[in-house]
Design a protein around this ligand. Sequence first.
Ligand code: URA
Length: 231
Amino acid sequence: MIRLDKILAHSGYGSRKEVKELIRKGFVMVNGEIITDDDFKVDEINDEITIADSTIKYEKNIYIMLNKPDGYISATYDNHDPIVLDLIEGYEKRNLFPVGRLDKDTVGLLLITNDGDLAHRMLSPKKHVDKTYYLKFEGELTLDKISKFQEGIILDDGYLCMPASYNRINNNEGILTIKEGKYHQVKRMLEALDCKVTYLKRISFGPLTLDENLQEGEYRFLTDEELKLIL
Ligand code: URA
């Protein structure tokens, strides 16, 4: 059983305060009966909730894969730059937020959800969730330097990174998988090896892989198969 006002708020009918108002004013029916008590609890699977003649399909949590474009901030608010949620239609009412951050100039896979528990699980430093990046860089990554990824790179602030795996594509491109998410981590790892990242794209996050059909700025909801992998 779940509170009626909670279902309505999660389904995009407004803030908790706004939906309580709708309930009190008699706009909401449960199984054909007008309910004016905002404390009212419903069975989210079996009860039929209607509001202004439309039936509500309860979607507790939303899971979106976004191919983040350059120039967007991974946050729920910014007073200067566009934010990733600007790209998601109707986001205002759904309490969405990005799971972790990609730098403003980083592109690629960003998970957007309103599921705080999932975000916690995927971001917890203890879980060591893999993040894989395709990168282009300036400078020379010798074989000796590449072996440092496995040994653990020491960042500018003295932090010793966990072993990471690097797959060379050519002299200035590669694929790097890390298990942490320190601030600017990939760029700083490359800096520690006297190289400079010029392009960074996240291609996987935990068990999720960026959908190649998504152009930068496009998004889609996770499939049932993907949900099984992360929930
Ligand atoms: N590492 C970085 O340096 N930037 C990102 O956006 C993600 C990982």
